[in-house]
Design a protein around this ligand. Structure first.
Ligand code: DGL
Length: 290
């Protein structure tokens, strides 16, 4: 099946990566709307206009389903495009539910019961995701004990688009953003923006300990598999495939993994493909360090 996956920029590569790993036999079109990144600082009307155009693009390309690999775009535009198009449209929302579940259990099995009792959840997302109703109604439903706090991290999107993931500036920014919180009280950080998956190391360093970092990628790909009736594969087979391809040229990764890449509607150029290869490599490394 042909599956369209898009984001405002490179964040969606983390969702594509997960999809390639667990649904390796499908064809993918990945669309990064980098002409308009960051969505997280745009108006709702602008975001709806961008998303509408992208779904129309995927319909024209005869995709069987579309994944909005962007929490921001989902919060603002998913309802609108679902009412306009017949194609299944899978959205993303910050993974608060699994985070609350984890917060009630020891981290990595080595926590004390005190941590368990005080385990709070910090949701990092874009300013738009944090201000939209979608997240607030989710919290009203599931955060009955008021354990969840929200933190906008817009600069991480800019760092990610410039492929700056781990330097002192990034860590300094994260430290500054979390400095108003009593960080010892948190056992979980929700990566509520797909760009943030790339900052696992920097976020852990800023917290200075091995905090749980939870993104919505696995849940999204499982949901995609359910909607399309596909078998979610748990083997690491495709990771190896991506790894091998990454060692070769970016053109190979494109063919081997059956992904066509687009940048705001234009076919990706060699330099773009090189960039996507670097991002898949980084995700492989982060996975190895889990
Ligand atoms: N990656 C997107 C998300 O998951 C948003 C990044 C942006 O601000 O464009 O929310």
């Amino acid at each position: 099946m042909k599956i369209g996956i898009f984001d405002s920029g490179i964040g969606g590569v983390s969702v594509l990566h997960e999809a390639l790993e667990h649904l390796p036999d499908e064809e993918y079109i990945f669309y990064a709307d980098t002409d308009h990144v960051p969505y997280g600082l745009k108006t709702s009307d602008q975001i709806i206009e961008y998303v509408d155009e992208i779904i129309a693009f995927f319909v024209k390309e005869q995709a069987s389903a579309v994944v909005i690999a962007c929490n921001t775009a989902t919060a603002v535009a998913a309802e609108y495009v679902r009412s306009k198009y017949d194609i299944p449209i899978i959205g993303m929302e910050p993974a608060v539910k699994p985070a609350l579940r984890n917060a009630a259990a020891p981290i990595g099995g080595d926590n004390t019961s005190t941590d368990k009792e005080s385990g709070r959840v910090l949701v990092m997302a874009t300013p738009v995701t944090i201000r939209e109703n979608k997240l607030h109604s989710l919290l009203e439903r599931i955060d009955t004990e008021h354990k969840v706090d929200l933190l906008p991290m817009p600069e991480l999107v800019r760092f990610a688009e410039n492929e700056i993931f781990e330097d002192e500036e990034v860590e300094g920014y994260i430290r500054k953003q979390i400095s108003d919180f009593d960080t010892d009280r948190y056992s979980e950080v929700v990566l509520g923006c797909t760009h943030f998956t790339f900052f696992r190391n920097a976020i852990r360093n800023a917290f200075g300990r091995n905090i749980d970092l939870i993104d919505g990628n696995e849940g999204t790909v499982r949901h995609l598999a359910d909607v399309l009736g596909l078998k979610y594969q748990t083997s690491g087979q495709t990771s190896d495939l991506i790894r091998e391809a990454s060692e070769d040229t970016s053109d190979t990764i494109r063919r081997t993994a059956d992904v066509e890449y687009y940048i705001s509607g234009r076919k990706a150029l060699k330099e773009d493909l090189d960039r996507f290869t670097r991002l898949h490599e980084r995700l492989n490394q982060l996975q190895d360090n889990l």
